[in-house]
Design a binder for this molecule. Sequence first.
Ligand code: AMP
Length: 381
Amino acid sequence: MTQSPSSRPLLPGSTIGVLGSGQLGRMFAIAARQMGYRVHTFSPDTDTPAGQVSDKEWKASYDNHKLLTQFSKSVDVVTFEFENIPVSSVQVVAQHTRVHPKAQVLYISQNRWREKNYLASHGFPVAPFQKVGSLGELTNAIKKIGFPCVLKTAGFGYDGKGQRKVGTWAEAETAFKSFNGAEAILEGFVSFEKELSIIAVRGSDGAVDDFGVMENIHRQHILDMTLSPARVSPSVEKRACRMAQKILKSLDVVGVMCVEMFLEKSGKLIVNELAPRPHNSGHLTINAFQTSQFEQQLRAVCGLPLGSTERLAPAVMVNLLGNEWLKREPHWERALRVPGVHLHLYGKDQARAGRKMGHITATGHSLQMAQRAALAARRAL
Ligand code: AMP
């Protein structure tokens, strides 16, 4: 059977376009260049984490359709590394070249209302939720959902930005007003036992795989630590992975998608969020798995066979936030003395509190050993 030009695998030597230029784009570009691809990034900045390791850095706003068109014509396929790219920009790109995942996946996952609505209407378990566009709707939503609950802006939220846990009418009203009229959703508060994520991948031939369940620990709404494998029962592991794979199939994703879930004490799993790209909780796949999440993304968007998702060793990742830099440059050599530790820095020159500057992954013979090493290395900084 002959393949149409749009489904032919893109082989090494081809050029991959990336919309966005942060650390996810950087680690993707490193994986792509390692395999002999060229990488062009497109974002409103220069000397970016991804641009520093790319062949070409395009600087323009995402709604500069003229430059987007030129960019699209200069590459063989486009993917994105963060989900707040305007859907209209992705649609412009799609007129000129292949885009994975497709614009519809981005459209659904960049708005919490559409995402929750999609999941619920396709039979996936989510916390109770209501759309809130006015104080009247807020009152009705609280009557249905009850306290405590979480008010979130529908769009453009990440790392806990644009969300508040509320326990009283007054808190709810203050939170809603602080969003300055932005569309919001109210969600029931889930008193979860653990937060989990599944990094799953789907190839252009429909093959689906995942890296098992990651266990995530957040500090001040920002991911602090990921442990792999998660300390959950085989039954939870199986159900979580099956559910994540089903979501990728249902959305017809080509590429990597992270499915974040809450695990309740009863063993029930609730989907919290989808990220249609590689994810912070999958960074440890670089050092601890046969194939990293970034190489999987590359393989999927290029129409190549997916790599093995076998775990080589238990691993723990800890994030390095700008806070580590506030007093002085961290003591890298001390951290690197800890056996089993891998340092990843993102090339950001301005350290700010809460800004993700890098991460450390430690592997070990056991999860406990890996966790001890990762924490010791971070403390030594
Ligand atoms: P999100 O931006 O939706 O990923 O939320 C960031 C973090 O806030 C999550 O990782 C949870 O720790 C917490 N969170 C979000 N939604 C809920 C909820 N409905 N119930 C309890 N905690 C939540």
